[in-house]
Design a protein around this ligand. Structure first.
Ligand code: BGC
Length: 838
């Protein structure tokens, strides 16, 4: 809140100094008068400014703001840009940002005096994705210099910190880079739920749990927006797989939508007031997310109070008029509907306006919402960006976040930390070809990637024969390609076979073995449950077997580092090794951060924000992921010259049945007593902690939203070294009308760094909204009467935790919601697709 006030004050000063010259008007006008009548320069101020401008805009100018300028599919002469924004079509762009994902058209009109600069949109979420160099880009003046951006840890790793303050710092640093590179809106954070481990984009997302997703997302938004740029929370909603992503229809109950898939968005909207939101490719219960008035207008705006603007994902939706009417204020990227050979959507919108299918009121409504935010952003403020953010300072934040997010899964015999006097033998191609993040729009062009080998080599003596073997193999066998969209460069290298003789020799001459296992995934494709993806390959298994046998024969230990974007199998091999460090994909500082953990410079404090199941088959959605083709049909619409006809215009009628309903992730494993490899919330440390004096210190719950339950606990560092601990509050709620998961995360907090023997009291406030469950039959959020058990714990395995309790006398109606919103298609209304229920 304080941050928000500071930001608005700064903006207020900027706009008052600049007023008249920039940010909308090139002459003295009524807009200036409107603005001067408003004393507080908040959203209401900008809204009134926007309304004044919209009143002067022509219909064409307004419609042009409903849709991006369009893409060109012409390959760039140097092969670097196969498709991208059609620069010739952006209205009133002051200066483009090469590599930006899109633009919102501006207006320049000497007659009306309007001079609204186009706004620039750049991906996320692991940093600011722009071209790092500007030589020879098609249609651009060559520019010298470099424009690298910091690659921060991927979303899952950031969430594993369970540290909202740190996530906010990451947001601030990324927001600052956006601002200094001339960007207005950052297409981040992504907070879809990790429904199934095989979603190709899980690395971009935070968790299987909506509370941690919402809290971390809100922190990132607050941080980024404190720099005066807009954050764009995405992809709204139920975008939980990549297969047939434009055509997939999520068949999911309104309750699961509300409690699992929308809840994080609701939290982020209410807490951090994002300036923008991106709708998703998929349909929900038969209608594209961006075309659903109930979702984009009734729920998002009327129920949650969203004040920003909604944009479509790139080429999502089926009907531009329906998108605009539902409340998707800007369609991106505009132009021809490239994939399915549709007509140019700008023309479709213009025609709809002329034919009275799209009213001026709707157009004005959407344009005002967009413009209100655009005027606040750097281009609207004529911010003189430097193209020179402090990348060194941001690298330190990236490193700290990476260090706090890594999860120590196993540490038998305290194999970690390893003293720097010890000699390491480091195996696995991932130590050289370390992945900083996944592929697709979530990639970042960072100035460097510190690989694991180099990070370790700075602190340790490393077996040079094994080191050279991997380096030489990598040099000889690496291949470079691009991801499916041609967006990011992917360096691949197979895992080499290391001979038993080499391994035996290393076991004699080294003290500890480290094996890096790595995986990459990305946008556009889901992962597979097969070997080489969810399962280890035969080569990787042999490596773990042979290294463990050789080192254990010498009474020496073996540690596995997992450089992965999402969950893989651990059951088949975890018992063979002594330590497992889940490093995820850590951004550009990967090797440095890992070396600090291995050496004990930092004690691990990350906790799993996703369950590692015992097997993929145990995942409750494994039978329904990623969906099923019901039928396939041709969609050979008119051939537009800008349309990529190489893409077969076959459209799948594709359903994904959310068969596990509300029992996603740990909600399922705990309710149905399924053993897991590593439970949600789990993570070891180099020290130990105890929780004491947990108590319910207040219960002010009453009808409506206002009340809450307050809980306190004391966390003591009972071990020998300093460290941080995450206290997690799980609630078991009474079942009156509604079945509930056995436990649900309702609050959490991370301690400061506690020295050995020191303690900290933590306080948690659980609001009525957070406590409530969704009663589909009555369209209400309710808190049911009865005794609530509260477990204050260090992971979701609460079996050894004595619960504390509080009671609710009678049912509390926390909120009435839009009747019938998001309801199932009639043919699924009996919910027979739900296979997991109590
Ligand atoms: C992705 C979005 C991204 C957009 C712009 C889409 O394909 O789904 O997450 O922001 O492209 O690059």
């Amino acid at each position: 809140m304080t941050m928000q006030k500071t930001k608005l004050t700064t903006l207020a000063i900027v706009i008052s100094t600049l007023l008249g010259g920039v940010a909308g008007c090139n002459n003295d006008s009524n807009d200036k008068k409107d603005a001067s009548q408003s004393t507080v320069k908040d959203d209401a101020y900008y809204k009134s400014l926007a309304e004044g401008m919209v009143a002067k805009m022509t219909a064409d100018e307004k419609i042009n703001m409903l849709i991006g300028p369009g893409y060109t599919t012409t390959p760039a002469s140097n092969g670097t840009r196969t498709f991208g924004t059609d620069y010739s079509k952006i209205a009133n762009v002051k200066k483009i940002v090469p590599g930006a994902a899109g633009y919102i058209n501006g207006v320049y009109n000497e007659t009306s005096g309007l001079d609204i600069p186009a706004a620039k949109l750049v991906d996320g979420p692991a940093g600011i994705r722009i071209y790092p160099t500007r030589e020879g880009q098609e249609g651009l003046e060559p520019e010298s210099g470099t424009y690298y951006a910091t690659a921060f840890p991927t979303g899952t790793l950031l969430a594993s910190t369970w540290n909202a303050e740190l996530a906010k710092e990451v947001g601030e640093a990324a927001g600052n880079e956006a601002k200094e590179y001339g960007v207005d809106f950052w297409l981040a954070p992504g907070l879809n739920i990790q429904r199934n481990p095989l979603n190709g984009r899980n690395f971009e997302y935070y968790s299987e749990d909506p509370l941690i997703s919402g809290v971390i997302a809100a922190a990132v938004v607050e941080g980024a927006q404190s720099e005066g740029i807009g954050a764009t929370i995405k992809h709204f909603a139920a975008n939980n797989s990549e297969t047939n992503r434009r055509t997939v229809n999520a068949v999911v109950t309104p309750r699961a939508l509300r409690e699992i898939y929308l809840r994080g968005f609701e939290y982020a909207v209410e807490k951090s007031h994002p300036w923008a939101l991106m709708t998703s490719y998929n349909s929900i219960n038969g209608v594209n997310a961006g075309e659903r008035t109930d979702l984009i207008t009734n729920i998002l705006r009327d129920e949650w109070g969203f004040k920003g603007f909604a944009m479509s994902d790139w080429w999502s939706g089926w009907d531009p008029v329906a998108l605009v009417k539902a409340g998707t204020d800007v369609i991106q990227p505009g132009g021809a509907y490239r994939i399915f050979r549709g007509a140019d959507w700008l023309t479709v919108l213009q025609d709809a306006y002329k034919n009275n299918q799209l009213s001026e009121d709707i157009i004005n409504r959407d344009v005002v919402r967009t413009l209100t935010q655009v005027l606040k952003a750097p281009s609207g403020q004529n911010y003189p960006y430097s193209n020179n953010p402090d990348l060194n300072a941001h690298a330190q934040i990236a490193k700290q976040a990476a260090e706090e997010g890594m999860v120590l899964l196993k540490n038998d015999g305290s194999v970690l930390p390893v003293a720097t006097s010890q000699k390491l033998a480091s195996f696995g191609i991932g130590q050289i070809n370390t992945f900083k993040g996944g592929t697709g729009s979530g990639d970042v062009h960072s100035p460097y990637i510190r690989n694991i080998y180099d990070g370790l080599a700075e602190k340790y003596a490393i077996d040079s024969e094994i080191g050279s073997f991997y380096q030489e193999f990598f040099n000889a066998n690496k291949t470079a390609s691009t991801d499916v969209f041609g967006v990011s460069e992917v360096i691949s290298c197979p895992e080499p076979d290391v001979s038993v003789e080499q391994i035996n020799a290393a076991a004699l001459s080294s003290d500890v073995a480290v094996i890096t296992i790595s995986r990459n995934a990305g946008e556009g494709t889901d992962r597979t449950a097969a070997e080489g993806d969810y399962l280890l390959t035969a080569t990787e298994t042999a490596l773990i077997d042979n290294v463990s046998t050789a080192f254990h024969a010498q009474s020496k230990k073996v540690v596995v580092i997992l450089n992965i974007g999402g969950v893989i199998d651990t059951t088949a091999w975890k018992d063979k090794v002594d330590g497992i460090l889940l490093a995820y994909q850590l951004g550009q500082e990967a090797g440095n951060a890992i070396a600090d953990i291995i050496a004990g410079v930092v004690s691990p404090s990350g906790k799993l924000a996703q369950t590692f199941p015992a097997s993929y088959e145990d995942v409750p959605s494994s039978a329904t992921f990623p969906g099923v083709t019901e039928s396939t049909y041709d969609n050979a619409g008119p051939v537009d010259p800008n349309v990529d006809t190489s893409i077969t215009p076959k459209v799948a009628d594709y359903n994904q049945y959310y068969n596990e309903d509300i029992y996603v992730g740990y909600r399922y494993y705990h309710t149905f007593n399924k053993g897991v490899a590593y439970p949600f919330g789990f993570g070891l440390s180099y020290t130990t902690f105890s929780f004491g004096n947990s108590a319910v210190s207040a219960n002010t719950l009453s009808q409506g939203k206002t009340g809450s339950v307050t809980i306190t606990t004391n966390v003591t560092n009972t071990g020998a070294v300093a460290g941080k601990e995450v206290a997690q509050v799980y609630v078991n709620a009474p079942e009156v009308k509604l079945k509930k998961p056995e436990i649900e995360l309702k609050a959490f907090a991370k301690t400061d760094k506690l020295e050995s023997g020191s303690a900290q009291q933590l306080t948690f406030n659980i609001s009525a909204e957070t406590l409530a469950s969704f009663d589909e039959a009555h369209n209400q959020w309710i808190v049911e009467p009865g005794v609530y058990k509260v477990y204050v714990a260090s992971s979701s395995d609460v079996s050894a935790v004595e619960p504390i309790t509080f009671s609710v006398d009678k049912e509390i109606v926390v909120e009435n919601t839009t009747p019938g919103a998001l309801q199932l298609q009639p043919n699924f209304a009996n919910k027979s697709f739900v296979t997991v229920s109590e």
